[in-house]
Design a protein. Structure first.
Length: 90
């Protein structure tokens, strides 16, 4: 009985499977990334936080920036959609 020399074939098959999974994962990630909404530049332009807080004026400015950002997040949330999604999950 003659044995064929296929000692490296399982390594090649494993490399091909890993390569296929990597390419499929990368393509899926790119599609998912393109469907995500981009962060609006006007939000970043309106909120200015000091780089380093050294006095009470900087602290007050940072507090105002956080309050403004919180208000923008609150207005951008869709409570009805969130509630319906949660009800669908339950």
């Amino acid at each position: 009985m003659k044995r064929s020399s296929q000692s490296g074939s399982h390594v090649v098959a494993l490399v091909l499977v890993v390569l296929f999974v990597a390419v499929a994962g990368f393509a899926g990630y790119k599609v998912w990334q393109m469907q995500q909404p981009a962060a609006s530049s006007d939000t970043a332009a309106n909120v200015q936080v000091p780089a380093k807080i050294t006095n009470t004026a900087d602290l007050t400015q940072a507090s105002k920036a956080l309050d403004q950002a919180s208000a923008q997040v609150s207005t951008s949330l869709d409570d009805g959609g969130l509630n319906s999604d949660l009800n669908d999950l339950l």
